[in-house]
Design a protein around this ligand. Sequence first.
Ligand SMILES: Nc1ncnc2c1ncn2[C@@H]1O[C@H](COP(=O)(O)OP(=O)(O)OP(=O)(O)O)[C@@H](O)[C@H]1O
Length: 230
Amino acid sequence: MSDNELQIDFSLSRPPQLLRMSTHRRWNGILGISGPSGAGKTSLLRVLAGLEPQARGRVLFNGEVLQDSAQAVFVAPHRRRVVAVFQDARLFTHLDVLGNLAYAARRATATPALDRDTVIALLGLAPLLQRKVDGLSGGETQRVAIARAVLAAPRLLLLDEPVSALDARGRDEVLSCIERVRDASGLPMLYVSHAGAELRRLATQILALETEAYGASCDETPPGTMVDPC
Ligand SMILES: Nc1ncnc2c1ncn2[C@@H]1O[C@H](COP(=O)(O)OP(=O)(O)OP(=O)(O)O)[C@@H](O)[C@H]1O
């Protein structure tokens, strides 16, 4: 049974391009997002996170309208409970690791799927809590960013190529952490990657975006089908 549902039908004007996406997906766990460079993977996450207020069309998550230009509905980013982790984890450099986690927990508007101690344990952060974030390795930084995102109590977690800048060891470490969070929290996630191996490892199904002459579109792969990304 699939518990989560994404309904999108929007366009973003980026002259001379028009980026269009339309799909309806149900999934559990991690929905992988694949597609060539420029297909609109990051744009999709930005729309879901509420960072593209000018997008035309409709975006619904689990039946709730997040934005609908025809009805002049736009739920503000901080009210969506949709939290994104980007490739360049944007941690607060004036705070240590614990400070970053505490900040997210203080601003959370709901109870997170996992409590702070569990998040710290699953992401192996105990030895890092007092460290300044600008001294962390790439993999450590991404683990803190994921922990911070979970403690912000999202109902949808967006991961945009979170391991693409890491070496093989760092990648494997962070992917294992994501698997642990996925299994312990049940949080629905979208995971953007160019790497087929990562998507096969993490995702229950894949949404493949394809670039077309006029912009981007979604390949309507039947739910549950694994698609080999380009
Ligand atoms: N802020 C912006 N203003 C104008 N155009 C943009 C902006 N951000 C992205 N684009 C364009 O929108 C299209 C989709 O970009 P997007 O970053 O979503 O693709 P992507 O699939 O994530 O690509 P990549 O794999 O290279 O990260 C591209 O043509 C890109 O150049």
